[in-house]
Design a protein around this ligand. Structure first.
Ligand code: NAP
Ligand code: ZN
Ligand code: ZN
Length: 353
């Protein structure tokens, strides 16, 4: 065991504070990574405040992690010391169920081991995430990162990136299609970039008129204000695909109305009950579908990283010191982020000084 340093939530109601904790020494298949940057996902806020129940405290959040490999176990094949590496939302899974065999570890029937707020499969010890100086992870759950990309802006790809890339791929978004991305935050801005790179006609669907210009700069061909009933009516039954990143309960009916016949709206944002209820007729009249998607498997996460290197895609980030993480959470709650906060982990040194 060795001592790691980071920031933790000690309960659902208090700000995150400096926290020292033990991590396992690298086993034969593990890499030890010095963490350079970690993105702040809205999920970190949900989890540290126990919005979804069952949270384990103390909790060191963070599942958008990039860093440099500093040590590898003797069975490690993909990495050597000095390599850039990324870790996303999961650090293990059962590896033998059908979903794991199909490279869908995030859907492991035994439940994937989350990077934080989970328990290690062997030891039962809590997992601690990327708001910290180092992490030890089995190489199967670590991805390679191209040195050609801006590293700090790569961190959000590990969650916001793969969570939007995977459904766009699965539902085969392609040139000529009209794709709507709902909610311009961390996930949404990546959704716009990916859908554009895949050749779609991209419509940013937002509650915030001021984000319109940014949406265009990010690659959106059109901006649709969800609060403008007339504009929503003008787009009725015209979309081939909708990606809904709204982080809270909301009314799906106005969005379902936007879909063409036989097309799909995919939920990636709201994990909880949706209210008001969805009207059956709004799906029946057009054979429309509502589905969901969770991050992506490890092979697809690597594919997404390689796609980003090929197309020069990274996240738009605002850098914060770890000491400012609680203010960043408040700004996230107020929808005041353009478009992902990323913690510069070098700032941890300030607490040591
Ligand atoms: P975020 O940066 O806060 O962005 C969410 C966006 O949704 C906001 O920028 C805002 O965009 C819109 N929005 C916020 N509140 C809204 C409301 N009350 N009504 C309508 N729109 C609203 O959050 P994020 O990091 O992208 O995460 C989004 C959600 O995805 C979170 O709940 C997170 O837990 C979840 N998540 C899921 C997965 C998965 O695997 N499925 C992975 C990662 C995250 P506009 O201003 O443009 O309207
Ligand atoms: Zn996330
Ligand atoms: Zn499994």
């Amino acid at each position: 065991m060795f001592l790691a340093h980071g920031y933790a939530a000690l309960d659902p109601h208090s700000p995150l504070v400096p926290f020292a904790f033990e991590r396992r020494d690298p086993g034969p298949n593990d890499v030890r990574i010095e963490i350079l940057y970690t993105g702040i996902c809205h999920t970190d806020l949900h989890q540290t405040r126990d919005h979804w129940g069952g949270a384990l405290f103390p909790m060191v959040p963070g599942h958008e992690i990039v860093g440099r490999v500093v040590e590898v176990g003797n069975g490690v094949k993909k990495f050597k010391a000095g390599d850039l590496a990324g870790v996303g939302c999961m650090v293990d899974s059962c590896r033998h169920c059908q979903n794991c065999q199909d490279d869908l570890e995030q859907l492991c029937v035994e439940g994937a081991t989350l990077t934080y707020n989970g328990r290690e499969r062997d030891s039962g010890q809590p997992t601690f995430g990327g708001y910290s100086d180092q992490i030890v992870v089995d190489e199967r759950f670590v991805v390679k990162i191209s040195a050609s990309l801006d590293l700090k802006a790569v961190a959000p790809l590990l969650c916001a990136g793969i969570t939007t890339y995977s459904p766009l791929r699965h539902w085969q978004v392609e040139p000529g299609q009209k794709v709507g991305v709902i909610g311009l935050g961390g996930l949404g801005h990546m959704g716009v970039k990916f859908a554009k790179a895949m050749g779609a006609h991209v419509v940013m669907i937002t509650t915030t008129p001021e984000k319109g210009r940014d949406a265009t700069r990010l690659g959106a061909d059109e901006v649709l204000l969800s609060g403008d009933a007339e504009a929503m009516a003008a787009h009725a039954a015209s979309f081939d695909f909708l990606l809904d990143t709204i982080p809270v309960s909301h009314d799906l009916n106005p969005y379902a109305a936007l879909l063409k016949r036989d097309r799909t709206l995919v939920l990636v944002g709201a994990l909880t009950e949706l209210s008001p209820p969805l009207f059956g007729a709004n799906l029946m009249m057009g054979r429309k579908r509502v589905s969901g998607s969770a991050i992506g498997g490890m092979a697809e996460t690597q594919e997404m990283m390689d796609f980003c290197a090929e197309h020069g895609i990274v996240s738009d980030v605002e850098m914060v010191d770890i000491q400012d993480v609680n203010q960043a959470y408040e700004r996230l709650l107020k929808n005041d982020v353009r478009y992902r906060f990323v913690i510069d982990m070098a700032s941890l040194q300030k607490d040591a000084a």
